[in-house]
Ligand binder design. Structure first.
Ligand code: ATP
Length: 313
């Protein structure tokens, strides 16, 4: 009950409070498959939860729904996917959105291909459902938030999933072995529409030699790491984005050179990641990057770890 969740300091009225986390994803693999008549790209991808997460808090507050965000450049209004997730859930449950305030603490960088906004949408929807005293299974949650964006439904389940269609047709995959993740975000972001636009330009420019181009793109993900091992994962957007931002290939090459079992760009970029043994010492990789680059040492989350991280408390 709300009163049991009270976060009262002495002498202050009890404030009902719900907290949850919104772990990000990386795309272990991403292959372009074609275009839908409406211009959306068809793809096959493997989505994977990581521990790096935003924190979302919902409190009762008289008045219209409001939201606060601690990060400049991220809108704290109806443009925010967290706001949209909350609104979609309230509409689904037939409860008012007014009377709540949502606070979003960003740890996941934006425009990075890590699905930060999509994860926040799912988290905000879970908060509203909890505050309304409802518990939903993942399938119902996915139905409510799925229309908010191609990646969003994934965050109803988390763990490792195959995405097809525009990334929204999801199949659970078995957990992959645990791994340390070094996440590197260059000083610039890449918007999803930019990355797909560059992919189309590359493809159009090379249309006559489509097969040759596909081979080149595939080779991207198959360069050996320091131990001479190659990964079967790859990202078809990495070549076109790297062509405009060579910093991306430089990051991926350094991660591979340091022995990553796999390294690549996540989604539409600009963040890149390397997968390492869980106990790998990654201290040397924390520094020596160009100015403005941000680095996180995080890890893969299994589906059950994702579910406990996203439980509403
Ligand atoms: P994806 O991997 O789904 O393409 P992304 O990591 O590239 O996502 P987001 O972090 O979702 O990108 O943010 C993309 C843009 O969406 C931001 O530049 C911002 O203006 C807007 N936005 C809306 N809601 C959020 C949110 N909750 N967090 C961050 N950005 C948001």
């Amino acid at each position: 009950a709300a009163s049991a969740r009270a976060s009262a300091r002495k002498g202050e009225p009890a404030q009902p409070l719900w907290v949850t986390h919104a772990p990000a994803k990386v795309n272990l693999d991403l292959r372009m498959r074609g275009l839908r008549p409406d211009g959306y790209h068809l793809l096959t991808t493997v989505l994977q939860s990581i521990a790096l997460a935003d924190t979302l808090t919902l409190r009762a507050r008289p008045g219209p729904f409001g939201m606060a965000c601690d990060t400049a450049g991220v809108p704290a209004d109806a443009r925010n996917l967290a706001w949209q997730g909350a609104a979609a859930m309230a509409a689904h449950l037939g409860v008012p959105l007014d009377g709540w305030e949502l606070a979003l603490e960003k740890h996941v960088p934006a425009a990075a291909g890590l699905g930060g906004g999509s994860a926040d949408a799912a988290a905000a929807a879970r908060l509203i459902a909890s505050a309304a005293g409802r518990s939903l299974d993942a399938a119902e949650l996915a139905e409510v938030i799925g229309p908010l964006g191609a990646d969003v439904a994934f965050f109803a389940w988390g763990g490792t999933m195959r995405g097809e269609g525009v990334g929204d047709l999801l199949t659970p995959l078995p957990d992959v072995p645990g791994a340390s993740v070094l996440l590197v975000r260059p000083p610039f972001g890449v918007s999803t529409s930019q990355a797909y636009g560059w992919f189309d330009e590359t493809l159009n420019a090379e249309r006559r030699t489509l097969n040759a181009e596909r081979r080149t793109l595939k080779v991207e993900g198959r360069r050996p790491n320091a131990e001479g091992r190659t990964s079967s994962f790859g990202n078809d957007l990495e070549g076109p984005v790297s062509a405009r931002h060579p910093e991306i290939s430089a990051i991926v090459d350094r991660l591979r050179g340091a022995g990553a079992a796999h390294a690549g760009m996540s989604g539409s970029g600009s963040a890149c990641f390397g997968l390492f043994e869980p106990a790998a010492n990654l201290a040397a990789l924390a520094s020596g990057w160009p100015d403005g680059t941000r680095v996180w040492h995080t890890r893969l989350l299994s589906r059950s770890e994702y579910q406990s991280a996203t439980a509403v408390r």
